[in-house]
Design a protein around this ligand. Structure first.
Ligand code: IP8
Length: 250
């Protein structure tokens, strides 16, 4: 089983609310379809659909209770984004089924507490492709919290062989240099490590948090970060061909 995460930064323009990058998303789905991979879970992030609302309604703070309106509106925004991707997949004959992060997880104090493996496994065994996404979810302490696509990747990583993160950068940089392999001792990343870092709204927290999460995942499955802006790279990494990317090794 392979886990593929399409980051919000590749699927949307992060600085323009609700701007879905249809052509990029379509191409990435085609690359997956044209690869030799047939058993996979696709996960996507929030980008400019999920993050502005989550920030506006304070859904990722430690202060309970979250306003009901915010829970409702941010969930709607994420389902709208998810529907774009779901329709694209169906148009290409990929029989995907939606798995909102808010319905397959429970959190405790902002950390993933439980994820419904059985639901994912059963849909896989029917020959469908689970399409999971970052969402507002229930938190035992805070009432609600934000479940990011990265949390879903971590939660499902115990039964995956590989985890591929598709982003808008060539890989992980340290001291301005792209690293083919990234290990724990290279943390923390500073702003100057990253090439032309744009200001992004990201309520689920920065590159260091993402990389730490990838290091955890890599203890269970081979973990890569690849640039989805460049045509063919996702297809190549899925087919285990030589390609520019970073392997994260925990
Ligand atoms: O973009 C966040 O998912 P991420 C989802 O994977 C929301 O961190 C609702 C902001």
């Amino acid at each position: 089983l392979i886990l593929i995460k399409l980051g919000g930064s590749i699927l949307t323009f992060k600085d323009r609310k609700y701007s879905f990058r249809t052509h990029v998303a379509e191409r990435l789905i085609k690359e997956i379809k044209n690869s030799s991979v047939d058993r996979y879970v696709l996960v996507h992030g929030g980008g400019s659909f999920g993050h502005p609302g989550a920030q506006k309604y304070g859904l990722n703070t430690t202060e309970p209770p979250s306003p009901a309106e915010g829970i409702s509106r941010v969930q709607l925004d994420m389902r709208r984004m998810n529907n774009h991707i779901l329709e694209m997949m169906l148009d290409q004959g990929i029989w995907a089924v939606s798995m909102p992060g808010g319905l397959i997880t429970i959190f405790d104090g902002g950390e993933l507490y439980e994820i419904d493996h059985e639901m994912v496994r059963r849909y896989l065994s029917l020959g469908t492709v689970p399409l999971a996404f970052g969402d507002v979810t229930i938190d035992k302490k805070r009432g609600t919290t934000i479940c990011s696509g990265d949390d879903i990747m971590l939660g499902l990583s115990d039964f995956a062989d590989r985890a591929v993160f598709v982003s808008d950068i060539d890989g992980i940089y340290k001291g301005g240099e792209l690293q083919e392999e990234f290990t724990e001792d290279m943390l923390p990343l500073e702003t100057h490590d990253l090439p032309n870092e744009k200001k992004k709204i990201d309520v689920t927290g920065g590159m260091n948090k993402k990389v730490k999460n990838m290091l955890k995942i890599s203890e269970r499955s081979k973990t890569y970060l690849v640039n989805g802006e460049v045509k063919g790279r996702l297809r190549k990494i899925l087919d285990e061909e030589e390609v520019l990317a970073t392997e994260v090794i925990g």
